[in-house]
Design a protein around this ligand. Structure first.
Ligand SMILES: C[S@@+](CC[C@H](N)C(=O)[O-])C[C@H]1O[C@@H](n2cnc3c(N)ncnc32)[C@H](O)[C@@H]1O
Length: 233
């Protein structure tokens, strides 16, 4: 269980640096014309995520930091029994995802443009997500930057609140010491149980290699997987 003093610490450092990477003409068009249809807009209060989908009674899965969107699009395309939300701050990735949602006519996928930390803290009700996926969260490899890593103790507490009973968290990282940090963070909290990777839900079967996974493999870093289930509430 986490101590109240740690919970009370303010999260000040962002887990991302907003990349000014080139936004292509097609991505720019999507950002201008498809946002209304496929994004969930932030307001001051809690979002009604289920209500944004045609079938609000389905399970709700989030892909946090979906980057170029390979994993997100693949999950939503292959697994129409659930609703998916992609959360990202990176415009070019959001533009790509919007185009692909439109081209594939997907009704079970929406995008939220937001810092996931603030989003969960401010706009998401408790017990919302049946599953949350993190594929290659920014590693912040230098020790002096480890405090910027998203999957900190404070964030794990937020994840606990925002997942449903038996909710799942799946994570892949190619940075060994981030892998152990995440593993130790969940293991230190008795409210989470480590799950066998053979029990992965269908939407996580045969995920495509994402851009960052391909980069990791080229650079000789081995991806590792972590899988946890909320044990109690
Ligand atoms: C290393 S990239 C991985 C992208 C993708 N999942 C992949 O495997 O190719 C990490 C992504 O997380 C996003 N990200 C980092 N912190 C975030 C935050 N607090 N809220 C939303 N997205 C975030 C970044 O913008 C970036 O696109």
């Amino acid at each position: 269980m986490n101590s109240p003093s740690i919970q009370a610490k303010k999260h000040t450092k962002k887990s991302f640096v907003l990349r000014r990477g080139r936004v292509t003409a097609a991505q720019r068009r999507a950002l201008n014309s498809l946002k209304n249809e496929y994004t969930i807009k932030l307001g001051k209060g809690m979002l009604n995520l289920a209500g944004a989908f045609l079938d609000p009674d389905r399970k709700l899965i989030a892909d946090v930091g979906f980057g170029s969107g390979e994993s997100l699009l693949s999950m939503a395309n292959k697994y129409s029994e659930a609703n998916f939300v992609g959360i990202e701050v990176y415009s070019s990735g959001i533009g790509s995802a919007l185009n692909q949602i439109h081209e594939n006519n997907l009704t079970n996928l929406k995008i939220i443009e937001a810092d996931v930390f603030q989003l969960l803290e401010t706009n998401i009700a408790d017990d919302t997500f049946d599953g949350i996926v993190f594929l290659y969260p920014d590693p912040w490899p230098k020790r002096k930057h480890h405090k910027r890593r998203l999957l900190s103790e404070r964030f794990l507490n937020l994840l606990y609140d925002k997942t449903t009973k038996n909710g799942l968290v799946f994570c892949k990282t190619d940075w060994e010491n981030y892998y152990y940090q995440i593993k130790e963070g969940f293991s230190a909290d008795e409210r989470w149980a480590s799950e066998d990777l053979t029990n992965l839900p269908e939407y996580l079967h045969s995920l495509p290699k994402t851009k960052y996974e391909r980069k990791a493999l080229i650079e000789g870093r081995q991806p590792r997987e972590l899988f946890f289930r909320k044990a109690s509430r």
